[in-house]
Design a protein around this ligand. Structure first.
Ligand code: ADP
Length: 326
């Protein structure tokens, strides 16, 4: 198959194919072998390239006899151990998620030494692309996306999952411009409730010398999951200003600024856009120490959401369709 070079995504994928870690572009037809729930197997007609990630490439795929398009996320079946581990976690966790703001996982199979994930197609790129193109969103739009992302975080945390890698580049846009969290490569299982009790019971039979206090203290939850709330704070800031708050040329400097909460809102003179005090206050609450960060329900009850206009989905779709593509 001669890959087309018409789009940026296609060029990216072709470049990725030259790295050893990425798989080659797929053939025109990809064959899902028969399985217990699909005895005949399936053939997918491969469409246009969607992009590449750290080790995956993505193409559109349409099952034979259907007109519904999916995203095929393709990785090499044989990967270096560390990547293999990342991919296994991703597969296990993502396949258990079912939420309107999480990219729906449909199935996984192996074909010609590659693993294929069949995912819900998000044809409008990532939130990062959109925010860059628009140089920041309006406050009603930020409300719309923040509520969707907070809802997905609430769902993940209730299922005992911490995403750990929430960023605008990992949030994709479906055909109605809804936000969908994708890429569960760094997600982890959080021990809560019953699991925590079981662990407490079993660990307490042995020596507690090595056990962190939050595991021993009954009723006290760890704050690990609050890393996702921090990320949401960064995302909200970036949606409003089009830049993350601690952006610097070196990683050390980013860490230092994050530790010191050293960030500034654009001054009204330099920025054509008005940013409300409620928006600023919301971001500040999410960037507090882990034990002080609000949970998703508290976040959506913040005055930023309750005191301003909240668009409905059709407003967003209509408005964003008006914006010409790059
Ligand atoms: P990795 O896990 O290797 O980082 P990603 O999940 O980020 O890979 O996918 C790579 C690229 O493929 C993304 O940046 C995006 O452009 C595209 N992509 C991924 N998932 C979808 C999807 N569900 N719908 C449309 N495009 C997608």
């Amino acid at each position: 198959r001669a890959p087309e070079l018409k789009t940026k995504a296609a060029a990216q994928v072709l470049k990725a194919a030259k790295d050893k870690e990425h798989p080659p572009p797929p053939p025109n037809n990809v064959v899902e072998p028969p399985s217990s729930d699909r005895k005949e197997g399936m053939v997918y007609e491969v469409g246009k390239a969607l992009g590449r990630g750290g080790f995956a490439i993505c193409y559109e795929g349409t099952p034979a006899g259907s007109s519904k398009k999916y995203a095929l996320k393709i990785v090499k079946s044989q990967m270096p151990t560390k990547m293999e581990q990342k991919f296994q976690t991703e597969l296990q966790i993502h396949s258990k998620m079912r939420h309107q703001n999480i990219v729906q996982f449909h199935r996984a199979f192996t074909f010609e030494r590659c693993t294929y994930l069949v995912l819900e197609l998000c044809p409008n790129g990532s939130l990062m692309d959109m925010v860059k193109r628009r140089k920041g969103l309006t406050e009603p739009e930020v409300r719309f996306y923040s509520v969707q992302i907070a809802g997905a975080i609430k769902y993940m945390h209730a299922k005992g999952i911490i995403h750990r890698d929430l960023k605008m580049g990992n949030i994709f846009l479906d055909k109605h411009m809804n936000a969908k969290i994708g890429d569960f490569g760094l997600a982890a299982l959080l021990l809560t409730g019953k699991d925590m009790q079981i662990m407490r019971r079993t660990t307490l039979c042995g020596t507690p010398n090595y056990i962190a206090p939050e595991i021993l203290e009954k009723g006290k939850k760890g704050h690990d999951h609050m890393v996702d709330i921090w990320s949401l704070g960064i995302i909200v800031f970036a949606m409003l200003t089009s830049k993350p708050p601690f952006q610097s040329s070196t990683t050390d400097e980013i860490y230092r600024r994050a530790r010191d909460r050293d960030y500034e809102w654009p001054s009204p003179e330099n920025s054509k856009k008005y940013i409300s005090q409620e928006a600023k206050d919301l971001v500040a609450t999410m960037l507090q120490d882990a034990d002080k960060r609000p949970d998703p329900d508290t976040i959506v009850g913040h005055p930023f959401f309750t005191s301003g206009y909240m668009p409905v989905a059709s407003d967003i779709t209509y408005k964003l369709r008006e914006i010409p593509p790059q």
